[in-house]
Design a binder for this molecule. Structure first.
Ligand code: E4P
Length: 216
């Protein structure tokens, strides 16, 4: 499973990229606002840190506006992936951009039927939002299961990018279901390294090492 980080914070992206496990980055207008940075500038910086796709989201709601914004965004770097909402205009834009060789991430997916539409429009990635689905009384992981089944039935190449991930169990279950990618906030990814028995083990080894009186 590929790991993307869901943030526009440069320090976090650099930190995770240094571990070698970062395959891409996703941003959205809320994350850009939270960073306090200029959208185009910060996207350019992120694209220089990671080789993989960096999702940058259009703001317009109409096809012409989305195409105009995508034109600006895709000039930033070769690894920019244009993020469009799952609407009729979003999918028209998806079709036009992917036919032209640009990677497109279709975002705000909350049903398997929507995911089917995105695959038919040639999306590179579909982003089902697990956490927000859970928050509204649905099972976000069931959504990932249904999309996996449908995409496999028809051998669609659109990658399932599990988004709105809130904790390690979401990551684990997505890996078991076979999501192609997951995107999570830095804290969730860093949390995957943690285990109480790892910490206790280190503590025990260090205590025993101190008893030897040796130095390395
Ligand atoms: C995905 O690309 C989105 O940016 C993101 O995962 C949304 O997550 P949230 O529900 O935690 O805002």
């Amino acid at each position: 499973m590929k790991f993307f980080v869901d943030t526009a914070e440069i320090a976090d992206i650099k930190d995770l990229a240094a571990t070698g496990l970062l395959d891409g980055v996703t941003t959205n207008p809320s994350l850009i606002a939270k960073s306090g940075r200029d959208f185009l500038e910060v996207t350019k910086e992120i694209c220089a840190i990671v080789d993989g796709p960096v999702s940058a989201e259009v703001i317009s709601l109409d096809h012409e506006g989305m195409m105009r914004e995508a034109e600006i965004l895709r000039k930033i770097a070769d690894n920019v992936c244009i993020k469009v909402p799952l609407t009729i205009d979003g999918l028209k834009t998806c079709k036009a951009l992917t036919s032209d060789g640009t990677k497109v991430n279709v975002t705000l997916c909350f049903s398997a039927n929507q995911a089917l539409l995105a695959a038919k429009a040639g999306a590179s990635f579909i982003s089902p939002f697990i956490g927000r689905h859970d928050d509204n009384g649905f099972d976000g992981l069931d959504l990932i299961r249904d999309i996996r089944l449908i995409y496999d039935n028809y051998a669609y190449e659109t990658e399932i990018l599990a988004a709105s991930i809130r904790h390690g169990v979401h990551v684990l279950e997505c890996a078991k279901i076979g999501a192609d990618v997951m995107t999570a906030p830095p804290a969730v990814i860093k949390g995957l390294f943690k285990h109480i028995l790892t910490d206790k083990g280190i503590e025990g080894f260090l205590a025993d090492w101190a008893k030897t009186g040796q130095k390395l």
